[in-house]
Design a protein around this ligand. Sequence first.
Ligand code: DGJ
Length: 733
Amino acid sequence: MPITWNEEKKLFNVTTKNATYQMKVDSYNHLIHTYYGSQIDDTDMYTQISFADRGFSANPYEAGKMDRTYSLDVLPQEYSCYGTGDFRITGLRVKESTGNQTVALKYVKHAFFDGFHKINGLPSVHGTSPSTSLCITMKDDVNGLVVELWYGILEETDVITRTVKLINRGNAQLIIEKAASMNLDFTYGEFDWITLHGRHAMERNVERRAISHGISSIGSVRGTSSHHYNPFTILCEKETTETNGSCYGFSFMYSGEFLIEVEKDQMAQTRMIMGIHPDNFSWILDPDQTLELPMVIMSYSANGLGKLSQNYHKTIKENVIRGNWKNKRRPVLINNWEATYFDFTGDKLVEIAKEAQSLGIELFVLDDGWFGKRDDDNSGLGDWYPNEKKLGCTLKELGNRIVEQNILFGLWLEPEAINEDSDLYRAHPDWVIKAPGRMPALGRNQLLLDFSRDDVCDYIIEVISQLLTEVPISYIKWDMNRSMCDKFSNNLDAAHQGEFAHRFILGLYHVLETLTTRFPDVLFEGCSGGGGRYDCGMLYYTPQIWLSDNTDAINRLSIQYGSSLGYPVATMGAHVSAIPNHQTGRSTSLSTRGTVAMAGTFGYELDVTKLTEEEKVEVKKQIKTFQKYYDLIQNGVYYRLTSADDICTVWEIVAENKSEALISAVYHGVEANPIPIYVKIQGLDEKKQYEISYLNADCTKQIMSGIALKNAGINIKGATTEFESYQIYIREI
Ligand code: DGJ
């Protein structure tokens, strides 16, 4: 039984294939978190908690008179509260009408439910296989706040999902000032904390640091999950590597402002808290109102970071992404952004589409600049009608001209954005996000629409629906190009302004839900200046996301590697672009640009009409290679074989049935008299024989056994020129 309740021991055991998560209702009706790690049975781990008078650690009133060893300041709790003697970071802070912020939760009851728990208005993990959800009800007896802690599992991928629902069952208004989706306490263990930090065009760099005494945090107050910190993180033991050791992953299924805090306390215990960022957040709960919080997807691996990543890859592909595109082959696309930027005509676009089609490309995406007054990035956002003068025809006519070339047509939109110089702004100046009486801060010279307003969301839904109905559009790139500030909605009264940032995300999700339901055959690709909103929340609606505005093959190695910690290749928008690269000025071979983009959804972003005949032959070959190995690349098991900073970055994708694998190796430079690089190949059948061949270099085929590949490894061909790359195909013989 994956989730059990032992009445006698008052113990919950949540069990996945390799892990156990345990909670206990103790004699004071507190819900104590007793264990999370490699599988155990229902041995009561509460017995192993040390009780001692810690001094200056408060004791709950009912315990304090008899027992000074019982303190919430040191006990591992399932969901910690502010004010009642836990002086660490806490998950819940609630203000009563008196101004009091102390809140105390006690266990009331629990219940099991069939199936996956769905959160109203927010994305959640789903599935077809039978599953059980557990709901534990906690209550503050004084103010009447009910807190439901929800748990679900995906056994195979060792996933436990968590979410929280708050219900005001009292008689007076409550203001929720902080409400985490997850609190996780470890009573022992020396942990490292792995986070993904970055900036625009250089997202998701991996940082691993020891957790030391005090509080560390990452988060976003930018309205989006952001380029700067990703809402995916890992706690691991000091000795954990790619292939060995314990690690815990946490992915926040939310695209807005978040906070992840870690504290090592006086007793060297570790607490992690994950949730909506409490800065500038407050949510009014009137009697009987509820607030549902975003989901956290936790996973555990006892076999290193590689296995943990694989758990997330599978979960995202199977239980986060939905809809018709979940298992459908995605088209190889060409995007005109880096080919033309704003400078194009309808004829030029058709010319690119025609050439692209002849090379084997399946989808042409018209990026920014096709609408309103939009010849640079200073005006036009919001006016989602075509600039017919520029295109030389209507959008429908252009779409038809493209589709007549035997290639699908896709369109760029930035629905949340608006320029002051636009008809939409002139008609609805009150629809933008802006603080009263102040000039708004600009980002890329644009403002954002107030998606917390129903009328704004309805308008956007109708405008996009009309485009999708009238024009033969198969794909939408959904962009968002600034951080949110001046957070204020003129649709909310003063008391409710603290709800704004979360209401914006609820509005965004509502729009996306409506459009993806209305147009299930349209492929949506997310984007926020590249990877500024690359999270499991968006992936629920948009099965792929443009990973970064940086298309430089060498920079992409670290961006894609960092992303691979928590996200699958099948979600990473990756394109071959022109050289010298527009972001770095670096020149890499077409072959290397292809190798790197194939560790993603694969496409092109250059003017194919300018390619030489030789390059066209190579592009055709690349597309054929990608299509031939599509299933392996998109559905195989992914391994990082080296670090992204090594002189040669090597990754591997193996078929689940172990019959084949594709190894990709990219040199960061070239050295004279190079030192040979060996990598050990993982995931193959030790007992089988395999043939090894280079797809993009002359090299004699070799035969090796699975066990030799695993334990001895292969010697990667050395680089003879700068940034050389190899694709090595291994197949069972
Ligand atoms: C930012 C995106 O990431 C780019 O790919 C491109 O679509 C531009 N916006 C267009 O303005």
